[in-house]
Design a protein around this ligand. Structure first.
Ligand code: ADP
Ligand code: ZN
Ligand code: ZN
Length: 732
């Protein structure tokens, strides 16, 4: 007997056994390849599931096994390496295999629709339509015309071709309603790519390129550590060119915010090739067509954000993870994976090189390079003539501040504008002010659902919670004592913008945060405007520090460096060093040398001093030494189990029990911390608590994760309690 072990899209961490469809012969069943989809009954639903393996028998008695209803694919929809990658990820992240496969498949295939290998939108006649005589439908001339156009050829007709013949969508839809015509996708022919010549490389770039290229055709992991503007992208482009010439494909991962049209334009200018882009803004149809082009091998280059790491490639040659330290590579809900780490595993399974590039690599990657697991390539200088900016702390103690700006900073901004240059001011807090208080009775504006203060948004006259969707009207008087003495404290971008406009009325001030930059093209339009080069002020949050280059910026200031200095998370200093290095890297890219000012009340703080006096690599070294002493990543592995519930005590009680059982079953070599309330314990009306487990070595971490999940699944828990495990958590 053949038993099919299937991954079903459910949150259960197991495979499900089915019998082959009733109409399938035994020979056909034993020939089924892993990776094909089958339609199966699941509870009262019908779902499409993926065959993971065949077995000779099942733990269930035969009478309890149900037959699958229908085989959906003749050939596997995912190549073997990608199936293996999903397996690995399900095991490593302790996530249900059905959900992992769902993340790897476009919705079209998840829903069980037939595979359409083409990517060109077409119309074709149905069998009924083919049977119609010529000249039919004479009573509706537009439909008759459409019909005639489809009858002219046996093949499907591209939508564009129909459009150019003035055949309207309405007429085609009418034919479809009558069952005479249908939409379909057709396959374009394969085109050979052409690569335009790259720039002449400097010695460092050449060394990196050669060192990486020599590993082509086999697995190797490379860390390309190059200061901002050192020409990392140029190295990627030339590596990709070699792969395309060898007939292989390249996969390029970029952070969410890094997928700017600027980046894309650079790829398009270099290659006459099919480049497909995968990001969250695509429609389902667009996403599916891109996926098919990649899977079929027609697309030469696939560029995408996090989830693109699971895109199948017919002929994988190279994987690039740009800005590999970026937080957006880690998925923070559901299937919590790190796309960077998955990319490295994928390269190993596919047998191709992977390049992790950054000016500020994650300590994990630095560590791997130092241990010799990754090849390390350095680009210590900027490409071309640009120089790195000089950095200085501005002690603002006792200085009169105006909306957070000390006079010397305003002076520096004024000088910059007067010299015809641009200034970039970084303030990682949107809104007008981060809190509102009554001066008479002490009332504080706090969120009802979160342990957080409400942010004042003056322009929209609202109080908003930045951790949930709570919004209320800005009160004119205190809700408690009706006093009108309501005071804001702290400064957000809205307030800073207002102050800058008053101070520099003759120059534009562009505010860049998620309130002002709505829509996918807003940032692009702004970058174009700014890069005309006229003097201006850019003021913004984290959004400003990534992706875009502003060559005319010669002054960068961090308005509130102190906000970065004091973080509860052990990664706080690493993030600060990365952020400040990245902000500083926006300045002085071209002929104008840059200057960076950090406003602080703590000019002697060791982390700030390190920032001023040391390179990122030196800081990373120091931080690695600190982590080693504490057994923190990358020296040890971390796992987090988090529980949340509307009941304040339930989560902790659940985790307490889990800890007890875990220890009873033998927790040697594991260090347990908690359960403790999570930072911001109450969020969106739910109380969160967490148990941290740290281990030494990957095998111990994997064993611990598997055991924790198994124990947690079998614990009794209140119905409204949710829990999850986060392997290698980055936010705690
Ligand atoms: P990164 O990706 O490290 O930030 P880029 O590849 O974007 O760096 O390069 C920064 C700038 O330097 C770009 O304008 C690029 O065109 C230019 N550049 C890169 N390599 C060279 C080179 N070898 N010669 C001249 N200019 C270069
Ligand atoms: Zn009051
Ligand atoms: Zn809230």
């Amino acid at each position: 007997m053949t038993v099919l072990r299937l991954a079903v899209p459910t949150p259960l961490r197991r495979l499900f056994d089915y019998l082959p469809p009733a109409d399938m012969s035994a020979d056909q069943a034993t020939a089924l390849e892993p990776g094909v989809r089958l339609q199966v009954p699941f509870g009262r639903r019908r779902v499409s599931a993926v065959l993971v393996e065949r077995a000779a028998d099942s733990e269930l008695p035969r009478g309890q096994l149900k037959p699958a209803q229908e085989l959906l694919d003749e050939r596997p929809i995912l190549p073997g390496q990608l199936l293996a990658l999903c397996h690995w990820a399900a095991d490593y992240y302790q996530h249900p295999i059905g959900e992992v496969l769902s993340a790897a498949l476009p919705q079209h295939l998840r829903k069980g629709h037939p595979r359409q290998r083409g990517t060109i939108k077409c119309w074709r006649l149905t069998r009924r339509g083919m049977g119609l005589p010529e000249g039919a439908l004479s009573r509706s001339p537009r439909q008759a015309e459409a019909l005639a156009a489809l009858q002219q050829t046996e093949a499907a007709v591209p939508v564009d071709a129909l459009k150019s013949r003035d055949i309207g969508a309405a007429a085609l839809r009418a034919l479809a309603e009558k069952g005479l015509a249908e939409r379909c996708l057709d396959e374009p022919g394969f085109t050979a790519p052409h690569c335009h010549p790259g720039l002449g490389l400097n010695a460092d770039q050449q060394l990196a390129l050669d060192g990486i290229a020599i590993t082509a055709g086999g697995f190797a992991c490379h860390l390309l550590e190059g200061v901002t503007g050192s020409g990392k992208t140029e190295v990627y482009l030339q590596l990709i060119a070699r792969e395309l010439e060898a007939g292989r494909q390249a996969l390029v991962l970029v952070p969410e915010i890094g997928l700017s049209p600027q980046t894309l334009d650079r790829f398009k200018a270099r290659f006459d090739a099919e480049i497909v882009v995968l990001h969250s803004g695509l429609s389902e149809g667009e996403r599916y067509r891109a996926w098919e082009a990649a899977a079929a091998g027609r697309a030469h280059i696939v560029i995408g954000t996090r989830s693109a790491v699971f895109t199948p490639l017919a002929r994988p040659g190279l994987i690039v993870v740009d800005e590999e330290h970026d937080g957006s590579y880690k998925q923070q809900d559901g299937f919590r994976y790190s796309a960077r780490d998955v990319a490295v595993k994928r390269a190993q399974l596919e047998g191709c090189p992977v390049v992790l590039g950054s000016a500020t690599p994650a300590l994990e990657s630095v560590h791997n390079a130092r241990q010799g697991r990754y090849h390390h390539h350095l680009l210590p200088r900027r490409a071309g003539s640009a120089r790195l900016p000089a950095m200085q702390a501005l002690d603002i103690r006792q200085q009169p501040l105006q909306a957070g700006f000390a006079p010397p900073l305003l002076q520096a901004v004024g000088d910059t504008l007067a010299a015809g240059n641009q200034a970039l001011l970084f303030l990682n807090r949107r809104g007008y002010a981060p809190s509102l208080q009554c001066h008479d009775c002490g009332w504080l504006g706090e969120c009802e659902h979160c342990d957080a203060r409400l942010t004042v948004h003056l322009r929209r006259r609202q109080l908003r919670c930045h951790h949930c969707s709570a919004v209320t009207a800005l009160p004119a008087q205190c809700p408690q004592c009706h006093s009108r003495q309501l005071l804001t404290s702290g400064v957000g971008t809205e307030q800073a913008e207002q102050r800058l406009r008053e101070e520099f009325p003759r120059h534009p001030v562009y505010r860049v945060d998620s309130d002002s930059m709505r829509g996918r093209h807003a940032m692009q339009a702004l970058a174009q405007q700014v890069n005309r080069g006229d003097p201006c002020i850019l003021l913004g949050t984290q959004m400003l520090t990534k992706g875009h280059h502003f060559p005319a910026v010669s002054l960068v200031a961090v308005v509130d460096a102190d906000a970065l200095l004091f973080s509860a998370d052990f990664r706080g200093e690493e993030r600060m060093a990365q952020l400040l290095t990245q902000v500083a890297g926006r300045a002085g890219r071209a002929e104008t040398p840059g200057r960076v000012i950090l406003q602080t009340h703590h000019p002697d703080h060791p982390a700030l001093q390190a920032m001023l006096c040391q390179s990122y690599a030196e800081q990373a070294e120091g931080l690695l030494a600190q982590r080693r002493g504490a057994g923190l990543p990358p020296w040890g592995q971390l796992l987090m189990v988090r529980a949340d519930s509307a009941d304040a005590a339930a989560g902790e009680a659940f985790l307490d029990q889990l800890r007890g059982q875990f220890e009873d079953s033998g927790a040697a070599g594991c260090q347990l911390i908690g359960p403790l309330p999570s930072p911001m314990q109450r969020r969106q009306g739910r109380y969160r608590s967490q148990l941290l487990v740290s281990t030494r070595g990957r095998p111990a971490a994997r064993a611990a994760a598997a055991r924790l999940v198994q124990l947690a699944e079998n614990l009794r828990r209140p119905r409204d309690l949710n829990w999850f495990v986060d392997v290698d958590p980055t936010e705690m």
